[in-house]
Write a protein that binds this ligand. Sequence first.
Ligand SMILES: [Fe+2]
Length: 229
Amino acid sequence: MAGLPIANPITQAGSLLMRVKELEEQHLAYRNSVVCAFNQLLDLKDISTGVHSTRLAEWAIRVARKLNIPESHLYQVEVAALLHDIGKVGVPDAILKKQAALTPEERAVINRHPEYSWSILRLFPGLEDASLYALHHHENFNGTGYPSGLKGQDTPIVSRIVSVIDAYDAMVSNRCYRKGLPHAEAIRRLLESSGTQFDLEVVQTFIPIAEQDADAVFAAAGTSAQAAL
Ligand SMILES: [Fe+2]
């Protein structure tokens, strides 16, 4: 009597493994598309600052590597650097782009953006850590920041990295209402606010990286780093 064909367990396990690998690759591709789409959204809303966002991500990764953050975690660093301000899409343009001084009420609205960023990013599987880093990117080293008033090492290291890089980018970038600061002045201000706003170790790690890239950054902005110094 002919029996049912017996499945080869080795072949079955092999094809199952291939399917799992395929699904993992699909998931990663989907996640990357979401990150790119959000980044595009920031550009469309004109929320990104002057330095190209990929440069911000590169800087964050280089600082993270120097601070011994494991390679396996660098994707979260990259996403946090790219999308920490995604919550600004929830802030009305009239406040976000206001050139005059903000009222305390308007400032309070803007200060909600890290929570908005967290509430968006946490919805995507695999971006949970990045969402927490975005939540805390405006904490100050001395505990006077927001939203949680975290102090020193209580703020995740990736948030402390994003905070420094973001501040440098904001300082050196040209705006329609003001010219960006020279590189040396931006570094002076980062150092001046170390221990209060910024983590000195992160600032000191970032300085040689910023020095190295200053020429390219200022050339892209249409000025010269040397002239700016
Ligand atoms: Fe921010």
